[in-house]
Every structure is written in C-alpha cells, then in structure tokens.
Design a protein around this ligand. Structure first.
Ligand SMILES: C[S@@+](CC[C@H](N)C(=O)[O-])C[C@H]1O[C@@H](n2cnc3c(N)ncnc32)[C@H](O)[C@@H]1O
Length: 308
C-alpha cells in the first residue's frame, strides 16, 4: 500500500460548477499514483475525467462530500478495505468468450495438442492453464469449453484451470458463471446448447448460465500481477494466457508482470498475450516463438539472456 506521506494539502472539493466530477492536477497525480502503486495500471493525465468519474462513484457510495474526504477516508486505518473497492472501480473488465479466434486456433492445434502429446510421452498426467487477468471468467471458460470439445477432460489427463484477477467484483461474476448474450455471442452453437442453460424468461432472454461440468474445471482467485510472491504461490503452469492487461501498464509494471508470468511457466510451456500487446523490451525474460501460424507465443528466454 502506498503511504499517505504526500498528504495532499492541495486536494480540494473536486466538483466543478457543471457538476461533472473533476480532479485538480494534484488530485489526479495523487490518486493515479495510488492506483499505480497497487495495480501497475498507469493513468495518464488525459484519463483524468475517467478517474474522476470512477472515484466519484466511490465518493457517492460512501456518502462523502468530495475527493478530499475520500482521500482522508482511504488513507485512514478504517479505510484499508476501500483500496479494494477503488481498484474494482477503476478496473476495465471488458472480455467475452472466444475473443480472438486465430489465437485460439493456434492454441488448440499448435500449442495445446503438442503439449498434451509431450506430457503423455513423459508419463505426466497433470496439465495446468492460467488465465492471469481473467476478468469475469470468459477467457478461462472458453479454454475449458475447448478442452471439453476436444474430448480431453475426464480421460487420462488431470486439468487444472486457474483464473486470477485483481478485481473482486469480476472474480465473483466469474465464479457465478452467468452471462449476457453479448459475452457468449461467439460460442459455437453446439457448445452453447450443450454447456449452458438458458432462461428465456430472464431479462428478455439475455441470461445464459454455465453448467457445473464446465464451472467445476475452473477455479478463480485473487491475484495481482505486481505481487511476485502471490503469483509464485500459484506454482508452474504449462500454458499462460495474459491478454489485454499489459496495455494498461507502463514499462516498469510490464517488466514486473512479465517476470512473474515467466517465473510461473514451465521451461517448455507457453505464454500467450493479447495480439496488440508488445513486450519487445522484455524479450530477455520471454522470447517470442513465431513458428505458430496464427499467433505469437512466448517461451522463457534462456537463463542469462542480457537485457538489450
Ligand atoms: C480488459 S480485461 C482482460 C480480460 C481477458 N484477459 C481478456 O482478454 O478478455 C483486463 C483485466 O485485467 C485486470 N487487472 C488489471 N490490473 C491487474 C493486475 N495488476 N493484476 C491482475 N489483474 C489485473 C482487470 O481487473 C481486468 O479484469
């Protein structure tokens, strides 16, 4: 947790006459630093309105007068749990099932199946997959559906699928496994039919619930990509998905996160990122393997690879 040593004499009411919540530059700096120190998410000054509106939601929920009071509460001993609510509020949880088909094809045909064959040849029955910023679970459940579809569950292999996220709210939704039509729009119809229940009377027929046979393969827990020891406690994985979260980090946070991902992947395992994510500066930690047709996958760089 950041210290409150930089106590903001400059923090003031923070609401403009137009009633649109607005942070002064000093307020923005202080709150953006709090969020950064906890999560690695870097808000630039052009995101001041976004941060102000998120903070204002907390100010209203707590019945406080403004950002001054919120800061005082947040940094008081009784305000400790509020850090969690703050991070929940500023987290961007956008996700959906089968989000990037080309990468999923490469995952299935060129990464997963060769690893399955390798583990069988090594007489190892356990395979572990980590969704390292799992949000509401759509990504991890997509992988579970793919494993089911491939007939890989309930046979000789033991699967452990773990989703972690910093956002408690998202984790609760992941555990519930209940989705709107928007989130499941790319699920192949046969899998939708087989592994979801649909209540047509619910909110204009929008709600779809995953069946226990899929939910039971996946577990979700709190995890902060900035926290080396808690990431390490998850143990090693064969395949790690870490999609669409590094985009919110600066180089320093990215370096920490990429190191934590690399620490948790087996030597012959793979890390898959979002297709617009670039870890060129971290290639001494994870090196790109461009041999896959539809997606770059990353593997651990050999020990001692110099940082360029
Ligand atoms: C845009 S979602 C991506 C979800 C999913 N991986 C996908 O690509 O569909 C980004 C997620 O990263 C999470 N996040 C942000 N900072 C994090 C951190 N330091 N550690 C773990 N998760 C974090 C957010 O809470 C959010 O759920």
């Amino acid at each position: 947790m950041p210290s409150a040593s930089a106590a903001p004499a400059a923090i003031s009411a923070g609401i403009t006459s137009s009633n649109r919540p607005q942070l002064s530059p000093q307020q923005f700096e202080i709150f953006a630093k709090i969020v950064y120190d906890i999560s690695g998410m870097k808000f630039d000054a052009n995101k001041s309105y976004f941060l102000a509106s998120k903070l204002d939601t907390r100010v209203q929920a707590l019945g406080l007068k403004g950002f001054d009071d919120y800061y005082t509460y947040l940094t008081s001993p009784s305000g400790r749990p509020e850090y969690g609510y703050l991070i929940d509020e500023v987290s961007i949880n956008e996700t959906f099932f089968y989000r990037h088909e080309p990468q999923l094809q490469a995952f299935r045909d060129e990464i997963l199946m060769p690893l399955v064959h390798a583990r069988r040849a090594q007489k190892q029955s356990r395979l572990r997959i980590w969704s390292a910023a799992s949000s509401t679970g759509d990504e991890l459940y997509t992988l579970a559906l793919m494993l089911k579809d491939l007939g890989l569950v309930g046979k000789d292999l033991m699967w452990e699928l773990v989703g972690t996220d910093i956002c408690h709210d998202a984790l609760e939704k992941a555990r519930a496994g209940v989705y709107r039509k928007y989130n499941i729009r790319n699920v192949p119809p046969a899998l939708l039919q087989q592994y979801f229940t649909h209540d047509p009377s619910s909110q204009s027929g929008e709600i779809w619930s995953l069946k226990p046979e899929i939910k039971s393969i996946c577990k979700f827990q709190e995890g902060n990509l900035m926290d080396a020891s808690r990431c390490g406690a998850l143990g090693k994985f064969d395949i790690v998905f870490c999609r669409n979260v590094l985009i919110y980090f600066d180089e320093a946070s990215k370096e920490k996160a990429v190191q934590n991902l690399a620490n948790n992947v087996h030597e012959d395992g793979f890390v898959l990122l979002g297709h617009s994510e670039n870890i060129y500066s971290q290639r001494h930690i994870l090196r790109p393997d461009k041999s896959h047709t539809n997606s770059i996958a990353y593997q651990k760089a050999p020990p001692g690879t110099p940082k360029l």
